[in-house]
Write a protein that binds this ligand. Structure first.
Ligand SMILES: Cc1cc2nc3c(=O)[nH]c(=O)nc-3n(C[C@H](O)[C@H](O)[C@H](O)COP(=O)(O)OP(=O)(O)OC[C@H]3O[C@@H](n4cnc5c(N)ncnc54)[C@H](O)[C@@H]3O)c2cc1C
Length: 428
């Protein structure tokens, strides 16, 4: 029997997998209420206040290779042993789709806290929200006073973009400094200072949303994290209290929700079911984390990897031979990386970096304006480099990605040597 592949979610991970599979001649069914109309999310938070392109559609067409099913998937059930299928997807419409292979690529949805003083407050997580805000800005004409709740990547992108476009922006945060959960101290402190100098106001140590004053802001954007969208499998959702799924921190009083744990081959614990992108939490391989990576390059890389894995499987399997990607095949091993453009500031990470690391090495250009922070597997001189943060130095982010992907990963001792040329090393 051939493969019957369903992908749930037509965001970047699902679209990439569907495109790769169909281009290789493998038919695939793509389930998403918006299949065919999905788009890149990163421009949404960066271009609310300027004329740059914010709507970048994926341009995936439904053709003979890809069947769009424009419904919401509500659950999966697994087949009995010996069945020719691995399981069945149940749709909100009541229809069902059997599969031999299922890729969960349902992404995340934004947390939506109520802000009593601003009942119209909204996140900027999807196109409709971005368009509502852009229309509001366009109709207002005059400079706006923008309030932002939350100081993760998206909140800071919104506030810094507002200020860069001539508006006023105030960020309300629970802690004492923005980007506390995302970036190590040298990077987040440099950004804090740069944004403050640019005019972003920060209200720190916010104890409750009740403390946000009414009548101050014309527009209020919330950005307090997101949670994976999960679909029950045989009635079960992922449950573990070992890790926090929310990359920007959970809201006080809110129970954290978790992603699908996947192994280094992106396989869930359920035969024939894989997870990719923001709804997947990688527990093994070279780049495990305590939460989903939640970044665009990883979602794309997951989609490509799973398509290749599935295509590489023997075309004909015996009935009842439920596929599993774990076997002997190569694990997912692309270097994860992330970028965040915050007004004029550009910050990147590559590999494993920790906001709590304090035994990092900092190297800067002669001006001190551009720098990198290097993270290692341990404190000793021979510990290998595992991750790099880069501020305002794109060519060096490219070097960091090359180094981490290559066979010549340097040690702490090498990076401590002032004569060590990291860029030259990246070309070995
Ligand atoms: C505003 C914003 C800015 C960002 N900026 C950056 C950035 O600067 N750099 C970076 O690296 N990353 C950024 N990201 C993160 C990046 O966009 C995500 O990591 C990436 O989109 C994840 O892709 P995905 O395919 O896993 O999920 P998504 O792109 O979220 O797609 C998930 C899809 O699943 C569908 N779906 C959900 N549930 C169901 C269901 N039950 N049935 C059927 N379909 C379903 C949804 O409709 C959606 O189309 C940003 C994200 C946002 C929201």
């Amino acid at each position: 029997m051939g493969k019957t592949i369903v992908i749930i979610g037509a965001g970047l991970a699902g679209t990439t997998a569907a495109r790769e599979l169909s281009q290789a001649g493998q038919p695939v069914t793509l389930i998403d209420p918006e299949a065919g109309d999905t788009y890149e999310r990163p421009p949404l938070s960066k271009h609310l206040f300027d004329d740059s392109r914010y709507h970048l559609p994926y341009h995936l067409e439904s053709d003979e290779g890809i069947t769009f099913v424009r419904h919401r998937a509500v659950s999966l059930t697994l087949a009995e042993a010996g069945s020719e299928f691995a399981g069945t997807v149940h749709l909100a419409s009541g229809e069902t789709l059997d599969f031999t292979h299922c890729i969960l690529a349902t992404g995340m949805e934004a947390n939506r806290p109520e802000v009593p003083a601003y009942p119209g407050a909204l996140p900027v997580y999807n196109l409709a929200e971005a368009e509502w805000i852009r229309n509001f800005v366009a109709e207002a004409g005059d400079p706006l006073d923008v309030g932002v709740l939350g100081s993760g990547y998206l909140g800071i992108e919104v506030a810094s973009a507002a200020v860069a476009a001539g508006h006023t922006a105030t960020v309300y945060l629970r802690g004492t400094e923005p980007l506390r959960l995302q970036l190590s101290a040298p990077v987040r402190q440099a950004l804090f200072a740069k944004h403050a100098v640019a005019g972003v106001r920060f209200v720190t140590n916010l104890e409750s949303v009740e403390a946000i004053p009414a009548g101050v802001h014309d527009l209020f954007v919330t950005s307090v994290g997101a949670r994976p969208v999960r679909i029950p499998i045989d009635g079960t959702l992922p449950t573990t209290d070992e890790h926090v799924a929310d990359p920007e921190g959970t809201v006080a009083g809110e129970a954290p929700t978790f992603a699908w744990d996947v192994d280094a081959h992106l396989a869930t614990a359920y035969p024939g079911v894989w997870a990719a992108g923001d709804c997947a939490h990688i527990t093994g391989g070279r780049f495990p984390l305590t939460h989903p990576w939640a970044c665009e390059p990883v979602a794309e890389s997951h989609g490509k990897y799973l398509a290749q894995q599935i295509l590489a499987e023997a075309a004909d399997r015996d009935a009842g031979d439920v596929p599993s990607s774990s076997g002997e095949s190569k694990p997912w091993s692309d270097v994860p990386w992330h970028w965040s453009f915050q007004g004029p500031e550009k910050v990147f990470t590559a590999g494993l970096t920790s906001p709590d690391a304090d035994d990092t090495i900092l190297r800067s250009d002669p001006s001190g304006e551009k720098f990198q922070v290097f993270h290692f597997a341990g404190p000793d001189p021979e510990a290998e480099l595992i991750g790099v943060e880069t501020l305002n130095w794109p060519p060096m982010q490219a070097a960091a990605r090359r180094v981490l992907a290559g066979d010549h990963v340097p040690t702490r001792a090498q990076l401590e040597d002032p004569d060590f040329d990291f860029k030259a090393h990246s070309r070995l």
